[in-house]
Design a protein around this ligand. Structure first.
Ligand code: SF4
Ligand code: SF4
Length: 254
């Protein structure tokens, strides 16, 4: 059985946000409610200030705190593939999962549009839905959080379950450069021009993702929470950086 994971090389990431855009298009996100975000922040003191950035999808944790707090089992860990998914049909919108996630990657669609003009005015809702454009995606599956997010539920990144789960069994890495596999590659990985993102099976020792994690000392964000993310970051601190590591090294300097 596969345990899918992502590797993001922070030394290669340019902060272009193509991943954010591709994810939004693939997964019907509302403007500014990004399942795959790139967070920007400043480092240093004026005038010696550096702009830094940090790409952040759902970590699809091995031991996800969002799953254990969900009273309706709407959030669940898929045993085949290691995806953490959302069943929109079971979610009661209590937001426990949103509070429990240490990475802030979950979204509850607000009543007010964050960006104007509000496109929900263009496609008036039906059946109590927050946003109801007059089309259905070919892959729609509300039991896995795929398709238009209905009113009153939490959502998040699916690791492009609708693509990855159709990959041939036993494949170690889903690589854009292998023509017969590229249809199964998550949208954010596929579109990354500097090739800062990689996707593969963490359970296969010879997968490229496992080699990179070992060679470049891949780190998991906020590992102290025990969530065991299936997203690893490679960082030498050149451009983007892992915020938790950065604050540790700052305090080391005194
Ligand atoms: S990153 Fe947050 S939402 Fe994603 S699996 Fe982990 S705890 Fe759940
Ligand atoms: S908001 Fe939905 S998914 Fe989250 S804990 Fe409540 S019922 Fe579960």
């Amino acid at each position: 059985m596969a345990k899918w994971g992502m590797v993001i090389d922070l030394d290669t990431c340019t902060g272009c946000q193509a991943c954010t855009t591709a994810c939004a298009m693939e997964n019907n996100r509302l403007p500014s409610e990004n399942w795959q975000d790139v967070l920007f922040y400043h480092e240093g003191t004026y005038p010696n200030v550096k702009l830094m950035w940090f790409p952040r999808p759902c970590m699809h944790c091995e031991n996800p705190s969002c799953v254990s707090v969900c009273p309706t089992k709407a959030t669940y860990k898929d045993p085949d593939g290691g995806f953490v998914l959302m069943d929109y049909n079971k979610c009661i919108g209590c937001k426990y999962c949103q509070v429990a996630c240490p990475y802030g990657v979950r979204f509850y669609v607000d009543e007010k549009a964050v960006v104007q003009p509000d496109i929900r005015g263009v496609f008036p809702s039906e059946a109590g839905r927050q946003w109801d454009p007059p089309y259905k995606g070919p892959q729609d599956d509300p039991s896995r959080g795929i398709g238009i997010q209905p009113h009153g539920v939490v959502s998040k990144c699916t690791f492009c379950y609708h693509k990855v789960s159709k990959a041939p069994k036993g494949v170690a890495d889903l690589d854009e450069d292998i023509p017969e596999l590229k249809e199964y590659v998550p949208a954010c990985v596929r579109v990354c021009a500097p090739k800062a993102r990689f996707f593969g099976d963490l359970d296969q020792p010879n997968s490229n993702v496992n080699k990179m994690i070992a060679d470049k000392r891949g780190v998991r964000l906020k590992d102290e929470t025990g969530n065991k993310p299936q997203v690893y970051y490679l960082s030498g601190g050149a451009t983007a950086s892992v915020p938790s590591l950065r604050s540790m090294s700052d305090s080391d300097k005194g």
